[in-house]
Design a protein around this ligand. Sequence first.
Ligand code: PD2
Ligand code: ZN
Length: 291
Amino acid sequence: MSKAQFAQPQTPSPELLSWVASQLQAGCRPDDVLAAMRSSGWQDAVGLKALEQGHAHRLADQAAASADGLPAATPVPEPDLKASPSALWAGDREVQVLMSLVLPRVVVFGNFLSHQECDELVALAQPRMARSETVVHVTGGNEVNEARTSDGMFFGRAELPLCERIEKRIAALVNWPEVNGEGLQVLHYRPGAEYRPHHDYFDPAQPGTPSIVAVGGQRVGTVVMYLNTPEQGGGTTFPELGLEMAPIKGNAVFFSYNRPHPSTRTLHGGAPVLAGEKWVATKWLRERPFE
Ligand code: PD2
Ligand code: ZN
């Protein structure tokens, strides 16, 4: 390829615009954002255009949100996809970027966990499994619920070296402090079990929510990691997007939500397992340190 071809004018990609918007939302200085784009190979003219568009988008979003009475937007975890990489270094492992959607932000990662890590996590969780409970937003407590017919358990954050390793990997991959997260949750679905569509943030209209978010603030992102490959069914679905993630052992899906509101279009569920069984680990990321 000739030098002239390298010097072709670039246009900002959707991934670049999304990354710029997230950096501005997180309070980064425009000069620093521009420098980061330059070091990823983007021309300054493109970087400036992306900054301008990202800033305009953020102002429009803020204005629309306050006009509609929506909760304020908060910074969210964000993988660095500004140069559209096919793989990312997650601190101790290379992870593939298999699919990404900008709005809502959904990213599918391949090779996130090794098969050995998946098997170890299942073996460590198995003795502690109990029928899953969901948070009752009215009271802030937990109860068994027909919407979630899996069994589950929670590890404490960094409870075991394996948990800590996975938590560090997530933190590195989505650029979010390790302490701003709940411990890993492991879920086991038998044939017919499902997790009906829901949002992972806590509904601000429910009386129990202030006590739930008093420590750590709202949930702002989710990573669902597939610990096995069910024979049939068990995908993670986003009904508003017409999107279904195949549950493949070792892969993970990440999505974020910048305000606790359905406008984030992050309604998602675990489709019924039709044959075989399904194991997942979920990590919920919080606004602030969860401790
Ligand atoms: O197991 C899943 O696919 C799934 C789907 C929706 C898990 C969760 N939500 C969750 O743990 O929040
Ligand atoms: Zn969920």
